[in-house]
Design a protein around this ligand. Sequence first.
Ligand code: SAM
Ligand code: SF4
Length: 337
Amino acid sequence: MQTYIQEEIPVLVDRFGRRHDYLRLSLTERCNLRCFYCMPEEGIPLRNKAHFMTGKEVLTMAETFTRLGVKKIRLTGGEPLVRKDAHQIIRNLGHLDAELAITTNAVLVDQYIDTFKEAGIRSVNVSLDSLQAERQAKISRRDYFERIIRNIFLLMDEGLKVKINMVVMKNINDDELIDFVELTKDNSLQVRFIEFMPFQGNRWNWANGIGLNDMMATFNNFYGRILKKQEQPNETARCYQVPGYKGSFGIISSVTQAFCSTCNRIRVTADGKMRNCLFADRETDLLTPLRTGEDITPLIVKTIQTKKATRAGLNTMADLNDPSRHEQNRSMVAIGG
Ligand code: SAM
Ligand code: SF4
């Protein structure tokens, strides 16, 4: 007898054939740091708790997306670990049929090692923009350098995979590119250099950014030979390794060479808005209908279907350089990078 297996319905495939199976889920807009490229100097307006997803709603949201084909969930923020119920949320999400990961500034990581392990988290991305204590404090407007460094090594000692994210900015930290690569000599971690991106309130100007080509020129000049590594499918970083080094490094070139053609990312903000692109100027409210018991699947499908080919329509450098095209975009701390 012939049996028929119903094929998975590809609801999260957009008009360009991109399958979206990676959810970046923000737990909060709050943060214990104030990185100037991410958080406006004046902070962001505090809103009543009722605007934000409860722990239970976070779980329902994540469950809905996994039912629709999401295979990986990365928790982000703001700083996800400042949320009081973060332990419980992480443990609950650990039961879903999806790989769980987290992006954090690492300030509170030592309090979460057991929770990470219990939830099956194997990979942690940590933001660090300088290896100089004073400079890091200046960039993040808070002085937690020693703690961050200690927690990075704690994560590695505990067997977790670590990626360090550094936002590269001209005359701020671009003289540390080699120092960061040198971290990969004896440590099997990955350093990822991120091009400075424009968001509301971060006074973006590409004159203050450093692009992939300039970074590569610095690395090639210094090391002579650099190995190109095979990237994972949907990888946002171009990956390299210095011969003989334990770790590797990557460059995330969202500004000079966007990687939109293989984008598989969906974002949900802490207040339950779905965004089909980091640069999107439109969002879909999922939390209100979720609270009234509506099926949010049609809204999710529609949001995927309206995704644009490149950076939410910011196709060129001229588009990026036009403040009116991105000043309406939330600041990064309120999106969840
Ligand atoms: N607080 C956590 C952290 O710092 O890792 C998670 C949230 S943070 C918004 C996520 C990532 O976005 C960080 O790696 C941060 O460096 C990056 N980011 C924030 N603003 C950015 C910008 N303007 N350009 C490039 N990357 C940015
Ligand atoms: Fe906070 Fe992360 Fe933004 Fe820094 S990059 S202000 S740590 S959310």
